[in-house]
Design a protein around this ligand. Sequence first.
Ligand code: SAH
Length: 352
Amino acid sequence: MKPNLFGLDRAALGELLAGLRQPAYRAGQIHLWLYRRRALSIAEMTDLTKELRASLAATHDLRWPDVVERGHSRDGTIKYLFRLDDGATVESVYIPEERRRTICISTQAGCPLKCAFCLTGISGYRRNLKTWEILGQVATVMHEAPREPKPWNVVVMGMGEPLLNYDDTVAALRVIMDPEGFAVAAKKLTLSTVGILPALEKLMQEPVRPNLAISLHAPTRELRRELMPIEDRYDIRDVIAAAQRYPIPRGGAVTYEYVLLGGVNDRPEHARALVRLLGGSRGKVNLIPLNPAPEIPFAPPTREAIDEFCRILSASRVTVSVRRPRGQDILAACGQLHLKRGEAPVPVPAAP
Ligand code: SAH
C-alpha cells in the first residue's frame, strides 16, 4: 500500500511538493482539496496540472478508513464502525440535533484507562490512532451527512483517551479547526479528558486550542480512585486547577462531566461534596445518567436522584445540565463504544 496523502499537514505537504520542485502554493491547494472540499481522489484536484496529479498518484494513495457498518438509531443518530488496515476497529457517532449536528470521534482503538463504568475500558485497548485515521472519521461523517446549513460540532469523546495519543490527536485537531481544513470553530470542538496532567499543560501552550471537558465522575479522591484508576496518578484537585488555567476559546467554557451511577455517586452528599470540590471554579457541570450495558456493573440513577442532584448544584450557583442519551438503542451513547468480539486487546502501556 502507498503512503496516504490524506492526513498530511501543511508542513508535510510543503516538503512533498518541494521534493517535486513545485511552487509552495501547491501545498495550500492540496490542503483545501483534502480537508475543505474532501476530495475522494487525486484526480479530482483539477487546479493541479495533470503532470503533478500523475506524480502524486504514482507515490501516494488518497483514502479514508473503511466503513464496515452503519448503525441507525431511532433518534437519527448513526454509529459508524471503521476497520483499519491492521484489523483494529473504531467507532464514531453522528448526532443530528435541532440547531446543530455533532460528530463524536475516537482517538484510540479501545482505551487503556479501565474506568469501571465505561464499556470502552472494560473491552480493552489496542493502539493509538494515526492522524489520518482520526481525520478520516470526520471526513466520512461530514461527507455522508445531509447538506444542511447547520453548524458542525466535533467532540473528542469517543473511544480512547486523547491526551494519551497527544501528537496525532493535536495534529488532527489543527486540521479540524483550520479555516482551510474542516473549518470547525475552536469553541465548537471539545476535547474530553480524564486529565493527563503533563499533556494538558502541553495543550495549553498550543497556538490554537479546543474547548475542554474534564471527566470528573466523583467528588472525592477516594471515590474517584475506585471508579477511575487514573486518579492514583493524577490528583483530581490538580486536574481542576489546571483546567482553571486552561485558555478556553472565546465563547466556550470548561465542562465537568459527571456520570451518575445509581446509589454510588448520585446522592445529595455527593452533590454537596462536588460543590465544595469545584469551589466556585468557572465552568459548568454536565451530568450524564449512566448508559447501561450488560457488561457494566452499575445501574442508572433514578429520576428523583438526578433532579435532586441538579437542584443542589443550582442552589449553589453551579451551572448544570443533564445530557440526553443519544443512540442508546444501538450502543452509540457515551461509554458504550467498544472493541468488537474477537479483537485482541494488547497490554496496557504506562501513562506518561
Ligand atoms: N477518555 C476521555 C474521552 C472519552 S469521553 C474521557 O474520559 O474524558 C467519554 C465520556 O463518556 C466520558 O465523560 C465518560 O466518562 C462518559 N462515559 C463513559 N462510560 C459511560 C456510560 N456507561 N454512561 C454514560 N457516560 C459514560
